[in-house]
Write a protein that binds this ligand. Structure first.
Ligand code: H2U
Ligand code: ZN
Length: 346
């Protein structure tokens, strides 16, 4: 196929951005394992960890002896509610406005050592439940227009702590990427009378070329327009503007899809796989957003081994993102991996 061999660019339908693909540079065969598996076991409890039960955090607060999930307001929040009145007007081209908001931290489990890949589906479903509760509560606030749920995992991503946790930043305005996706999805529904991602998913399920795994309610694909080497997207098969549209069974299916994907990711380079992931869903301005189809993005930086990452520099910083490995080849690699975690296998 032409696009397996020749440089080309692909359109990201969700943002309108283009990505350069250079498949002719990956003709060399895959070299197999480059490094020994990373079997560095973490302790189940770390007395130095600010997220473990019963420990003191930086601000002086003491974590309860929690069992299950634990949510608290970030002690170093990037956003604050209740900003003072009296911000100056913008001055010509110098445009600024106050941005109120709330930052929360979610511990997935009391266990310091169990990331999503090894948490088990029941615990992962509890995390999905907390996301729904937090989304509902934060989204109901007058001063919150968008709720960004995300997780930063691994030192390479600047994550400060291996204790499995995620974050929520709720903002007054809709941030840049969700705003782009909002515009593209609205435009598609207006012009074609059908949801952009329902249509995209039907095409991906029909081809199967970029499909990594699926269950009754969700499909995991390497998007046709993926930027990061092993980037994936989790999409609900039914049209749902937000995570609150999931029933109990669908929440569990989401947890199952996440756990299976995370196991494959860990198995890829036999390491605790770093990434940034996040949920994109409808804004929380009280209006209807029928064009929104919620989804999760996983952006992992690793390229060839647990220490060789993809750099977005040079042409990519100045012009447009670029990749060598095609999304189809990445999906094939992820599809071939086992769903038994390498730390739990023989
Ligand atoms: P990472 O997920 O990027 O590691 O960030 C963890 C968050 O935890 C970070 O935003 C917060 C930091 O502000 N934090 C607390 O709220 N309390 C602490 O005692 C330490 C870290
Ligand atoms: Zn811990």
């Amino acid at each position: 196929m032409y696009f397996d061999d020749h440089p080309h660019r692909r359109l990201n339908q969700l943002t309108g951005e283009w990505i350069l693909v250079s498949p002719h540079r990956t003709k060399r065969p895959w070299q197999g394992r480059q490094e020994a598996p990373d079997r560095g076991e973490l302790p189940g409890y770390d007395p130095q960890c600010y997220l473990c039960p019963g420990n003191e955090r930086a601000g002086g607060a003491v974590n309860p002896d929690y069992d299950g999930t634990f949510v608290f307001t970030n002690d170093f929040a990037a956003l604050l509610p209740d900003l003072p009145e009296g911000a100056p007007e913008s001055d010509g081209l110098l445009v600024a406005e106050p941005e109120p908001g709330v930052c929360r931290v979610i511990c997935y489990s009391p266990r310091h050592d169990l990331s999503m890949a090894r948490l088990g589906v029941d615990r992962a479903a509890d995390v999905v439940g907390v996301w729904c509760e937090e989304f509902a509560a934060l989204g109901a606030r007058e001063d919150v227009g968008f709720v960004q749920i995300f997780e930063n995992r691994g030192a390479i991503m600047g994550c400060s702590n291996p204790h499995p946790h995620g974050q929520i930043w709720a903002t007054g305005a809709v941030p840049m990427y969700p705003a782009l996706e909002d515009e593209r999805q609205r435009g598609h529904l207006d012009e074609r009378g059908e949801c952009l991602l329902c249509r995209y998913l039907a095409q991906e399920l029909a081809s199967g070329e970029r499909l990594v795994l699926e269950n009754d309610s969700f499909a995991v694909v390497v998007p046709f327009w993926a930027t990061w080497p092993f980037e994936t997207m989790i999409l609900p098969k039914a049209h749902m503007p937000s995570i609150l549209d999931m029933d109990e069974g669908t929440r569990r299916d989401l947890a199952e899809a996440m756990v299976r994907l995370n196991v494959r990711y860990d198995n890829l380079f036999e390491t605790s796989f770093p990434f940034s992931m996040g949920i994109h869903q409808q804004p929380t301005d009280g209006k209807d957003h029928p064009h929104w189809h919620f989804h999760l993005h996983y952006y992992p930086p690793l390229l060839r081994s647990r220490s060789v990452k993809k750099f977005m520099v040079g042409f990519e910083m100045l012009a447009m993102p670029q990749r060598d490995l095609t999304p189809e080849a990445a999906a094939l690699r992820l599809r071939e991996l086992s769903e038994v975690h390498y730390m739990e296998g023989a």
